[in-house]
Design a protein around this ligand. Structure first.
Ligand SMILES: [Zn+2]
Length: 458
């Protein structure tokens, strides 16, 4: 079957099925495409109007917003003023999930759980239509890159895959819970034999796949897949380089979270556009909005989810909204900087706090010097201020690599740091299958995740 016929077959089947489930994804994609052709001013007015409608709806239907601090601050007449709303945190969502449900119809309502990369998971109720808006936003953004719904896809994400569901989306999924050599080889074979239109998943997993392919299949063509859609973890520059040079893929970054679904997606010019049709983003410091272009906490308001309308929810990431529009002409604002979880702070030998993502960035230069297959995966664990343990997935000992890893820690966190290196067959991932290059060993939730991961694995 010709590839374009294959794509439209899967696309039509998928849209029909979702339509029957009350999730009109195909229709929403067309709607979103029409909206993004608007001039910027007209687009902003549309979003402002929709935001006000959402705020009125939330105030009128959600018990939590009519009581306590919310009830005092958001009188029905002040409801349309977003900044009169207190900022919600994950703790409140966890503790008061029921009171955050709208009193309106619960037809088809379902729950999504966060992956608990910071503490207890968060449960968020979704309406089928809100889910459809989220997917439509993602498919629409892939159309910016010429990848239609129904495109043949290699997926490396999460801990379990359902063959039938994946198959209906023309997708072949591989769990990222434990990226064994065997699993990487299965994914590599799919890549080589089926030549998908896109690979999609966690950047750490796709990077491991890219490394595996080049190490085990040196005869493979230079360009193996045109597009790599990445998200779910912070995306480091060395991973982009890997995917570009080792898979020949154009890297498209997505950013989202369980609370509100997709938040931003990269356009062909490389800007991370906020999906304003799905979520309203503010940047705040001490729960107050910062001036345009300044850095701060990312605070999101769900624009479509009427089952559990989350208004001004602080999700733990930080960033900056560019005061300038993107050259591509799309009307959505641009997230100019994005840094993962504010809680991911490590400590240098002199006591200063260092964001863990610095390690991911430092890996860039190290990885660039290594041939494929030498360093499959690495996890930096800070045991205390001066003690580090590094888990390395690689074949056999390598004194030069050890010296470089030790130097990387000392260069970033200070010369007095003591570093111990352990070689393992596979580094355990979080229960979601996500991977972090660093971890503070004394963080209680990190420990509980470890034990959860081990329990599931056993
Ligand atoms: Zn753009």
């Amino acid at each position: 079957m010709k590839r374009s016929l294959e794509q439209s077959f899967y696309r039509n089947a998928y849209f029909l099925l979702q339509h029957l489930r009350g999730r009109p994804v195909g229709r929403y994609i067309k709607h979103l495409q029409a909206r993004e052709r608007l001039e910027r001013d007209a687009f902003e007015r549309l979003i402002t109007t929709e935001l006000a409608a959402m705020l009125r709806y939330a105030r009128a239907t959600v018990p939590w917003y009519a009581s306590g601090e919310w009830g005092r601050r958001i009188t029905p007449s002040a409801a349309v003023q977003l900044q009169s709303w207190p900022v919600l945190d994950r703790h409140t969502i966890r503790a008061h999930g029921r009171e955050l449900l709208a009193r309106t119809s619960a037809l088809g309502l379902f729950y999504r759980n966060s992956s608990a990369s910071t503490g207890e998971p968060v449960r968020v109720a979704w309406s089928p239509r809100a889910a459809a808006w989220g997917w439509a936003n993602e498919y629409r953004a892939m159309l910016w890159h010429g990848v239609p719904a129904g495109a043949r896809t290699l997926l490396m994400w999460g801990s379990r895959h359902r063959l039938v569901q994946d198959g209906m989306r023309n997708c072949r999924g591989f769990s990222t819970r434990e990226l064994t050599t065997e699993r990487l080889e299965q994914a590599a074979r799919y890549l080589l034999d089926h030549r998908p239109d896109m690979c999609m998943g966690l950047p750490s997993a796709l990077t491991a796949l890219a490394d595996h392919v080049r190490a085990r299949h040196p005869e493979a063509p230079r360009s193996l897949v045109p597009v790599a859609k990445v998200g779910g973890e912070q995306v480091f520059p060395f991973q982009r380089d890997y995917l570009a040079t080792r898979l020949g893929a154009r890297v498209v970054e997505f950013y989202g979270c369980t609370e509100v679904g997709p938040i931003a997606a990269q356009c062909p010019q490389g800007s991370l556009h906020i999906m304003s049709d799905n979520v309203y983003v503010e940047i705040c410091r001490n729960d107050e909005p910062v001036r345009a272009g300044e850095f701060g906490d990312i605070v999101v308001t769900a624009m479509r989810n009427r089952a559990m309308p989350l208004i001004r929810c602080k999700i733990g990431d930080s960033g900056r909204i560019s005061p300038e529009p993107c050259r591509c002409g799309r009307p959505q604002p641009v997230l100019a900087e994005l840094v993962g979880r504010a809680a991911d702070l490590l400590v240098a030998a002199d006591g200063t706090k260092v964001h863990g993502s610095v390690l991911g960035a430092a890996l860039q230069s190290l990885v660039a010097q290594l041939p494929a297959g030498v360093l499959r995966q690495v996890l930096f664990q800070q045991l205390d201020t001066l003690h580090w343990k590094i888990l390395v997935e690689s074949d056999g000992a390598d004194a030069t690599l050890d010296a470089r890893l030790t130097q990387l820690v000392r260069g970033t966190f200070g010369a007095p740091c003591q570093v111990r290196i352990e070689r393992v067959a596979t580094i355990p991932r979080e229960s979601s299958g996500k991977f972090r290059y660093y971890r503070t060993a004394d963080r209680p939730d990190a420990r509980s995740q470890d034990s959860r991961a081990r329990r599931r694995a056993s």
